[in-house]
Design a protein around this ligand. Structure first.
Ligand code: HEC
Ligand code: HEC
Length: 303
């Protein structure tokens, strides 16, 4: 009997050791990837622009299009934006203003460019959960307007807190289920475009669908499916190709983006950020609509 107990003890001990070793491995691997330095990103000639038209454009980009306010807070002073408990983690979005605890004063325009378009801090380490792969497509003109707007914000004195990633969050990240580091998914040397002319065209719609995050949630091919990194109670993103909303009229689409309602009147889950898409201009919504009409119909694959 005692021998048997002893064996169980050894078994439990071995299991505990195994768990500890795996955890150490998980922490080691994630720490290495989060500590990697992204060097050699080409430096761009970017300079914040603060003329009235640029500030208006910058504000529009930070709200209706890029939805920076959704994570960084309505005053862009930073906040806790995901609290998924100790196992997964807590994620804080940075204070972007020039106040105490904010980055606007300490960062150069080039530093901000690298954070927004490349997902990388001034020291070269990757930002966590900052959707830079979408903003990587942002034109130089739009970026300069956005930087001007960030620099014009009333300073907010706030230290949002430190992001902490729990063991399950790290395992999910290593398993490719938690899109933590945009820097790893970006082609860091891809050239940027100086300008995209705002117009109700499919070409401009393609640009907006990218920097506006439609592809981020609805998938690169816009065919929808479960959104990586979301809790189970969030519905999958819908198929936006003609195979999904092909029977919709343009009015149906406008109503979905402005009022969060489907053609049959049912409410779209607020995880679809329609309170922001509601602020897009008529021409912008039209451009995205024309683009969605132009993409090939695709069936939703499980992701
Ligand atoms: C989905 C949420 C989300 C959205 C949307 C978002 N951010 Fe972020 N951003 C974050 C998080 C989280 C961090 C902090 C990353 C970290 O600490 O590792 C961050 C970091 C940053 C940083 C770097 C600060 C630093 O500590 O070096 C800048 C600059 C920034 N964001 C600008 C923007 C701008 C501009 C927009 C809109 C165009 C935007 N963000 C949209 C989540 C978001
Ligand atoms: C943060 C993630 C997210 C972003 C960004 C996002 N969506 Fe969605 N969207 C969703 C989710 C999730 C649903 C499904 C909601 C539901 O089932 O109630 C949805 C639903 C929709 C629907 C309703 C489709 C249907 O068949 O009911 C439309 C239209 C739509 N999105 C268009 C867009 C467009 C256009 C953009 C970019 C401007 C966009 N979405 C950006 C997550 C997102």
């Amino acid at each position: 009997m005692r021998r048997w107990m002893g064996r169980v003890g050894v078994g439990v001990g071995a299991l505990l050791a195994l768990v500890l070793v795996s955890l150490a491995g998980v922490y080691g691997f994630t720490a290495r990837r989060m500590g990697r330095h992204w060097d050699g990103i080409p430096r761009e000639r970017i300079a914040a622009r603060t003329d009235t038209a640029s500030l208006t454009r910058g504000r529009h980009l930070a709200t209706a299009i890029g939805k920076c306010v959704d994570c960084h807070g309505p005053d862009l002073g930073g906040r806790l934006f995901i609290d998924a408990g100790p196992a997964i983690g807590e994620l804080y979005a940075t204070n972007l203003t020039g106040g105490k605890g904010g980055v606007a004063r300490a960062y150069t325009d080039a530093d901000l460019e690298r954070a927004i378009r490349h997902g990388v801090r001034p020291d070269g380490t990757p930002l966590r959960f900052m959707p830079a792969e979408e903003f990587n497509a942002m034109s130089d003109d739009d970026l300069e307007a956005l930087l001007g707007y960030l620099r014009s914000l009333p300073p907010v004195d706030r230290e949002p807190g430190r992001t902490r990633l729990g063991p399950l969050g790290r395992v999910l990240y290593l398993a490719g289920k938690f899109p933590l580091l945009a820097a790893e998914r970006i082609d860091q040397r891809a050239p940027h475009t100086r300008t995209f002319t705002p117009a109700p065209t499919a070409e401009y719609g393609r640009y907006l669908a990218r920097i506006g995050g439609c592809t981020g949630c609805h998938g690169e091919d816009l065919a929808g499916g479960p959104i990586p990194g979301t809790p189970p109670d969030i519905p999958p993103a819908q198929n936006l190709t003609p195979a999904g909303i092909g029977s919709w009229t343009e009015q149906d689409f406008v109503r979905a983006l402005r009022e969060g309602k489907r053609p049959d009147g049912s409410a779209i889950n607020p995880f679809m950020p329609w309170t922001y898409t509601a602020q897009m201009t008529d021409d912008e919504i039209r451009a995205v609509w024309l683009y969605l009409r132009s993409v090939p119909p695709r069936v939703t694959a499980s992701r």
